[in-house]
Design a protein around this ligand. Structure first.
Ligand code: PA5
Length: 442
């Protein structure tokens, strides 16, 4: 049975049923293109059945390595950018409590920005703490994580001398690249980034699973959720398949001028799901001058900032609410004799009920204001539900990309900034581009 409910009632004012049905044959073809691996980017579809193929030994290797890291360290420094960290960050943020328990391994992420302040403050933070590194890079040469790895490894060597290598786990290509070469030479424990899985589809490989397991999350339950979704969403090419339906609905909205999709959550822990989702959809679909712009908001916070724009600004967006039906914890609003804040009318109500009414009220207001709402509900934030949700988004993204007529599995546009940065930094091999840029800057 599906672990997710997709509700399209609140797009009815904007999209006729006949419009969804009219796009269904295109969605059906897109579904088959994905499943039969006949489309552009078909050499990057290893993620579709990856979770169903794990052996017990492979899972145990991840769990045992995670336990080993946790036994040696207070902090695990996860180095990676884009698809090499966002999945793990999304899962850990959503499934771990807000505040870490005493004695639990702290998982921190570096190498995803060029903030010298963050790097320096993190190095200082680690100075008197036992730590290990999980460096994740398929190429091994991505500038941001490569700089971080050099700096954090330096501290590791300073603290642990020649034993430093036993504190590094490298997740990288099976044979090629700078990190593979270094790992082989230095004897780091390694995990493989499969050749046929791009970064943004890789959270279900050791790229995501090792840091997730190290944080104490049950990866077997996460994989169970992913495999349930795999069984539910990869067999049926009709609109009864929720992944097909979501892909179809968002494309109908796009064709009607709703070119911005904002992922909405009322649970701040889910913020990094949105960051992961933005990479997934933005990097997959934003090409050839096409694509829905993936935005995100955390309500109520953003209702008091960007909420004005959602209610009355340019009418080019729709919202996709990720609704968590049952919270991990709840609190009651109690009676107060003075009632100066006027809240006694809520006496005995719980905060999650207030959140539910805020959700309903906002949905009604935004729909009246011209913003269609898709609602995706899961029962609660646990491993099975969350694994299911992430996989649902990945399958839908592949289908949606093929409906758009683009290759959802490459990211040629990411290279443009890198080339300019290399030329400006004086990297050997970029001399000609450096000259061209110098002219532009004159
Ligand atoms: O989705 C992608 O492919 C990218 O976001 C990459 O994961 C990111 O650029 C990091 O690349 P690498 O793993 O080679 O360091």
């Amino acid at each position: 049975m599906s672990k997710l409910k997709l509700d399209l009632k609140c797009i009815n004012n904007f999209v006729k049923d006949s419009e969804i049905k009219a796009l269904a044959p295109v969605a059906k073809t897109a579904f088959h293109t994905l499943m039969e691996k006949t489309g552009a980017g078909n050499d990057f579809l290893g993620w579709i059945d990856f979770a169903s193929k794990y052996t017990e030994a492979e899972i145990n290797d991840i769990v045992n390595t995670a336990n080993d890291l946790a036994s040696k360290a207070k902090v695990l420094v996860v180095i990676g950018i884009g698809g090499s960290y966002l999945g793990a960050k999304a899962v850990i943020s959503a499934l771990k409590p807000y505040y870490k328990k005493d004695g639990e391994l702290e998982v921190i992420f570096v190498g995803n920005s060029l903030s010298s302040t963050y790097i320096k403050e993190t190095l200082d933070y680690l100075e008197d703490k036992d730590f290990c590194i999980n460096v994740i890079s398929k190429s091994g040469t991505t500038t941001e994580p490569a700089i971080a790895f050099r700096l954090f490894k330096e501290l590791l060597i300073k603290k642990y001398g020649k034993n430093y290598a036993s504190r590094i786990v490298a997740t990288t290509d099976k044979a090629r690249g700078a990190l593979r070469q270094e790992a082989n030479e230095a004897g780091y424990k390694t995990f493989i980034v499969p050749d046929d899985i791009g970064g943004r589809y890789s959270f279900l490989t050791p790229v995501g699973l090792l840091p997730i397991a190290a944080s104490g999350i049950d990866i077997k339950a996460l994989l169970k959720g992913i495999n349930l979704a795999y069984n539910d969403l990869t067999k049926d090419d009709s609109l009864n398949n929720q992944a097909v339906l979501y892909a179809t609905a968002r494309n109908v909205l796009y064709r009607k001028g709703k070119v911005i999709e904002a992922l909405v959550t009322y649970e701040p822990k889910v913020k990094y799901l949105s960051e992961w989702w933005k990479q997934l959809y933005g990097e997959s679909e934003g090409k050839d001058g096409k694509g829905l712009y993936p935005a995100s908001v955390v309500y109520s916070t953003d209702l008091h900032s960007i909420g004005q724009f959602f209610q009355e600004g340019t009418r080019t967006m729709f919202e996709t609410i990720v609704n968590i039906v049952n919270p991990d914890a709840n609190v009651i609003v109690n009676h107060d004799d003075a009632n100066l804040d006027g809240l006694n009318y809520l006496e005995g109500r719980d905060v999650n009920y207030v959140k539910d009414m805020a959700t309903l009220g906002t949905k009604l207001a935004h729909v009246s204001g011209g913003v269609p709402n898709i609602v995706i509900s899961i029962d609660k934030l646990d491993e099975e539900n969350f694994g299911y949700l992430l996989y649902f988004f990945m399958i839908s993204c592949g289908i949606s990309g093929y409906i758009l007529g683009i290759n959802p599995f490459n990211q040629p546009g990411v290279e443009a900034y890198k080339k300019n940065m290399f030329a400006l930094l004086g990297k050997p091999g970029y001399e000609e581009l450096a000259k061209e840029l110098a002219k532009q800057l004159d």
